[in-house]
Ligand binder design. Sequence first.
Ligand code: SAH
Length: 232
Amino acid sequence: MHKLEDTYKMKGLRLRLVEELKSKGIKNKSILDAVGSIPRHLFLDKAFWEWAYKDQAFPIAANQTISQPYTVAFQTELLDVSFDDKVLEIGTGSGYQASVLSLLCKKVYSIERQEVLFKNSSQLLYALGYKNVRCYYGDGYAGLSSRAPFDKILVTCGAPHVPTKLLSQLSTGGQLVVPVGKGDTQEMLRITKKDDGKFTKESFGDCAFVPFLEGVDKNFDSSKKTSRVVLD
Ligand code: SAH
């Protein structure tokens, strides 16, 4: 892993990113503050550092992506987290979304199916001091029954259908934010579990995520421990 350095230049670029997110409609002050304080460049390979505060997705290891900051902020807004919430994230990826959640709620559990991402991101989140995040290597379709129920569940990959196990791990009044669709694009859904146990569904437009795949992928190459990014 590269040295965990932050600079005034990076801080300045972050504040510009916060202004950009505001101009794109993000209103929640805690989320904007989180984006303003988290060193996103450290979640990327050094080759991308100079663009780290552009509102863009970037490639990370295992052919996956770190989501665009607007998407992270938008999904987090939809999740409507409060400081005593217990949150489950599906798709740890770079760990950036988990770090945003960690500043906004009590406890974050995050599952990743790519072993290399699980290893890199759990180490990075720990090193950066996001101590209320626990990372798991596993299949997000199963959720995390040992820690259920969750006040909020956030899926950061595109699901072909709403995973029923995730619905069953929501607490009463809990909410699941999940992009759902069978093609290249998905519909952003927020599903709420009501007091009578029934679910309501709201839609928030189209989006495009990497696919929510079944099972786990063990592709960690121990001879390349320092490499955080695999580019084609
Ligand atoms: N939240 C991430 C976004 C990563 S992209 C971030 O902030 O960087 C989505 C991630 O979902 C990918 O890393 C992909 O490997 C993961 N994923 C896809 N299917 C999964 C599954 N069944 N279980 C857990 N993670 C999954």
